[in-house]
Design a protein around this ligand. Structure first.
Ligand SMILES: Cc1ncc(COP(=O)(O)O)c(C=O)c1O
Length: 394
């Protein structure tokens, strides 16, 4: 008879049969999977047969999230990652090589600028910022080396909106691909693939997860393009943890409800703060004063505009920093898309990589506050943000 240690390991590794399928997707906290033959493992590692071999490659909880996200984004395939940046990195590295050029919006999540400096430059991939809300500027910027145009459905943090359909048509005519970061809109409010984008990415850390408890990302598109993304993710080791994939799945179940509530509260807050003491301007795509309001109505579900808004405070950088000290309901923290309202000062946080000139070029003022509207009562948020804005200006 085998010894105790051997029997304990065998006994504790036995997976019970589940004749009644669980209602919820289980978390498969198993880094590796038993195979029946060398051929089976070789085929699994090459994705030539369904199943799983090793969790850096794939895992059943990953697969459940990938299938769910692909369905909700209208994509053929999905690859999840350990963060939104890992998804952005994998998409870019799967399509571009040394000598190629990437066009990015002037107003873009600062992590993309960071990726360009820390990784893309060293790989010989050039990045050029262009005003992507100006179609003529995009057309003029496309050059012989341009392979990919990066867009954000709603930009971080200025809330500028991309005309995905128009840019995609222009790009495809020049044999250039388009990838869209759909994080701010979430798959509930927008589906950029249906507008002509080739690839979509999400930071599932944000609205998909929805509770400030995970980091994760996803890339979505055709099976062929996602196979390329998967190669980068596997070889660079960017896959997600099964536990975080599980939490993202749980978040997806309430995404529609949360986005509707975020959108209604954000519209009420944006309307109440427009013209309030200490507030120079409110940027929110749901307001008629927003430069791309028509695009928001056209491209976002049911006239909703999501939970992100930008406040331009009258008192510049000093007011921006003071504002954060005066909050009682909203939390001063980076990140977004959660049940808690979160406020940050992009010039000193998400966009700290940018110098003053780059900030101005990106349409970012030093006194800008990014507000991620949570699920608290609208009246409490309005009172909190209005009093912080007035206090910061005093
Ligand atoms: C629009 C957008 N895209 C991507 C990211 C990066 O996501 P993560 O922090 O999960 O890597 C962020 C993070 O704030 C973001 O706001």
């Amino acid at each position: 008879m085998p010894g105790f240690a051997t029997r304990a390991i065998k006994a504790a590794s036995r997976v019970p049969p589940a004749p009644q399928p669980p209602v919820n997707v289980p978390v498969y906290l198993s880094s590796t999977f038993e195979v029946g033959s060398a051929l089976e493992l070789a085929e699994l590692l090459e994705f030539q047969r369904p199943g799983h071999s090793y969790s850096r490659y794939s895992n059943p909880t990953h697969e459940a999230l990938e299938l769910a996200l692909a369905e909700l984004e209208g994509a053929e395939a999905c690859q999840i990652t350990g963060s939104g940046m890992a998804a952005i990195h994998a998409v870019i590295l799967s399509l571009l090589r040394s000598g190629d050029e990437l066009l990015i919006p002037r107003a873009v999540y600062g992590g993309v600028v960071g990726l360009s400096g820390a990784v893309l430059d060293r790989a010989g991939i050039a990045t050029r910022a262009v005003e992507t809300t100006d179609l003529a500027a995009v057309e003029a910027a496309i050059g012989d080396r341009t392979r990919l145009i990066w867009l954000e459905t709603i930009s971080n943090p200025t809330t500028a909106m991309a005309d995905v359909a128009a840019v995609a048509a222009m790009a495809h005519a020049r044999d250039v691909m388009v990838a869209v970061d759909n994080t701010f809109a979430s798959p509930y409010l927008a589906n950029p693939l249906a507008l002509g984008a080739d690839l979509v990415v999400h930071s599932t850390t944000k609205y998909v997860g929805g509770h400030s408890d995970i980091t994760g990302g996803a890339a979505l598109g055709s099976a062929e393009l996602i196979a390329g993304v998967r190669k980068v993710v596997i070889n660079a080791g960017g896959n997600a943890s099964p536990m975080e994939a599980f939490l993202a799945l749980r978040g997806l179940k309430t995404l529609a409800l949360r986005m509707e509530h975020h959108s209604a509260t954000a519209l009420a807050v944006a309307g109440a703060l427009e013209g309030a003491p200490g507030v120079h301007a409110v940027r929110y795509p749901g307001l008629t004063s927003h430069p791309q309001h028509a695009l928001a109505v056209q491209n976002l579900r049911g006239g909703m505009a999501g939970g992100m808004l930008a406040l331009e405070l009258s008192g510049g950088r000093v007011a921006g920093e003071r504002f954060l000290d005066l909050l009682h309901v909203a939390v001063h923290a980076t990140s977004l898309g959660s049940v808690e309202s979160l406020c940050s000062h992009p010039a000193s946080s998400s966009h700290r990589q940018l110098g003053e000139a780059e900030l101005a070029a990106a349409g970012l003022t030093p006194g800008m506050i990014r507000v991620s509207i949570g699920l608290e009562d609208a009246d409490d948020l309005i009172a909190d943000l209005a009093s912080a804005a007035a206090g910061a200006a005093a």
